[in-house]
Design a protein around this ligand. Structure first.
Ligand code: NAD
Length: 487
């Protein structure tokens, strides 16, 4: 047990805030200042998971039969609560995850909007009717909830990712056991608080904090589970997918190695702006973040020069400081991993032409800060060009033709997001068809997705089963019954 003055937060099981039966804790720290302990959380164990599962299992038939408008009311009230507490929660999000306060406000507001969106969209779910030869029979389908759903989420969007899973799960009548990332349990806890405040019945949402090694397998292989909606790394996704039983539906949103292709005719200033926004905002910690820029050789030098100039102007610092563009990396493991890849890039023979050093002077000493890094002379076979780094590191790769650029872009295991900068509509049209990515953008950043549009990856970026977000995001949480009625 840690001794600290920080508040101790509990699990939420069967409508009550409870301690873990093992009474072990862990700390969540501020990545901008590791001496700042944001909170102390329950290091849960298998018994805690079992209790949460049992609560969710028992609540399921009651919640599934609760009128849809009442389920919607809970989501709407939870959205109100998030908005009413915007400043407090945005502050906590920046303190716990490190993103800039503006980004934190946007995330809280987007999460509230997501709850509202599914409160309405969830009411439009319908089945189909099927014509048949028997004049005294009707045949139709009905959508029914699955049962207990496990929601497992990462730290980089610790409110909006859970929101886009929990809201559609609940509105369709499922009950939930939610395990957040251990790097951002406080802000995840606020989602539960919002639902509790909104009057969600006991057992419908349950919240268990703790490490993947301690509770991961007992959660995903639990016999009560009917679905797992997971967002995180591909390696964890592969493991969870294997652990899931035949009767457990899975939705895995995983890593990326997202390319931005800059064509000969591109507006270079725009290409630079999109690179900075896609690659460095959120300190490069977005699954759709730009990590490879494939540039036509003819403009590569001018693009690279302008990219360095623009990167030099970026302000690095605490997310609360006015004008800061890049906050710290979210945790020490992230810092070490990103530094490892930067060193690897140099060892592989790529040229580090800008940044890439850990920042250690007074202002940065207690946080996980690095300078954004730009590599040139990157060969597509290098690991920095193929593996997800999840930090502010850009690999600039030259290409002579469109075909070569597409070949490089597609020659990785991932297929989450990809963008092209061009003014040539014919090339843009061809790109939409040729690129292997679940999100394709023209003259926009690889990052960002609309709440009301489908989101998900191809190849190892996703299980390619069910999309998240938008109306289609409801599909994962329901299954079909086909009903034949003779009369
Ligand atoms: P992670 O895979 O380490 O952890 C994600 C979550 O899964 C955490 O809650 C973690 O505790 C849990 N987890 C890990 N192993 C588990 C196991 N064996 N059983 C049960 N739970 C387990 O990822 P992270 O470091 O938190 O997040 C960064 C990763 O997330 C990056 O790879 C990024 O690309 C990915 N990501 C993907 C999307 C997307 O929509 N595709 C969005 C955001 C982040």
């Amino acid at each position: 047990m840690f001794t600290t003055n920080a508040t101790v937060f509990k699990n939420y099981i069967n409508g009550e805030w409870v301690r873990s039966s093992g009474d072990h804790n862990f700390q969540s720290v501020n990545p901008a200042n590791k001496k700042d302990i944001v909170g102390v959380f329950q290091a849960s164990n298998r018994q805690d998971v079992d209790r949460a599962m049992e609560a969710a299992r028992q609540a399921f038939p009651i919640w599934a039969n609760t009128p849809l408008s009442k389920r919607a009311d809970v989501l709407l009230k939870a959205a109100d609560y998030l908005e009413e507490n915007l400043e407090t929660f945005a502050t906590e999000l920046t303190r716990e995850e490190g993103k800039t306060i503006g980004n934190s406000r946007n995330e809280i507001l987007r999460s509230a909007k997501t709850f509202r969106f599914y409160a309405v969209e969830g009411q439009t779910i319908t089945g189909e009717t099927f014509p048949n030869d028997d004049p005294e029979m009707s045949v139709s389908t009905e959508r029914v909830p699955l049962g207990v759903v496990a929601v497992i989420t990462p730290w980089n969007f610790p409110v909006s990712i859970p929101a886009r899973k929990i809201a559609p799960a609940l509105i369709t009548g499922n009950t939930v056991v939610f395990k957040p990332s251990s790097d951002t349990p406080l802000i995840a806890c606020r989602i539960i608080e919002a639902l509790h405040h909104a009057g969600i019945p006991k057992g419908v949402i349950n919240f268990v904090t703790g490490s993947a090694s301690e509770i991961g397998d007992s959660l995903v292989a639990h016999p009560a589970i009917r679905a797992i909606t997971f967002t995180g790394s591909t390696s964890a996704g592969v493991h969870i997918h294997k652990m899931a039983s035949l009767t457990t539906r899975t939705q895995m949103e995983l890593g990326g190695k997202n390319p931005l292709i800059v064509m000969d005719d591109a507006d270079v200033a725009l290409a630079v702006k999109l690179t900075i926004k896609g690659g460095f905002s959120l300190t490069g910690q977005a699954c759709t973040g730009t990590s490879r820029v494939i540039v036509m050789e003819r403009i590569k030098e001018s693009y690279t020069r302008q990219l360095i100039e623009a990167t030099r102007r970026l302000k690095i610092g605490d997310g609360f400081t006015e004008g800061v563009d890049i906050g710290p990396l979210a945790n020490e493991k992230q810092l070490n991993n990103v530094l490892k890849y930067i060193q690897m890039g140099e060892e592989e023979g790529a040229q580090l032409i800008y940044g890439g050093k850990r920042l250690i002077n007074e202002e940065y000493r207690d946080g996980f800060y690095i300078e954004p890094a730009i590599f040139t002379d990157v060969d597509p076979v290098m690991r920095i060009a193929r593996e997800e780094i999840f930090g502010p590191v850009i690999a600039v790769i030259g290409a002579r033709t469109y075909d070569e650029a597409i070949k490089i872009a597609n020659d990785v295991d991932y297929g989450l997001s990809a963008a092209m900068v061009t003014n040539n509509l014919a090339v843009a049209e061809k790109f939409k068809k040729d690129i292997d990515a679940g999100t394709v953008k023209i003259n926009r950043t690889t990052t960002g997705n609309l709440m009301n549009a489908p989101f998900g990856g191809l190849k190892k970026s996703s299980t390619s089963t069910f999309r998240e977000s938008g109306r289609i995001g409801l599909d994962f949480f329901t299954q079909l019954k086909t009903i034949y009625t003779g009369y």
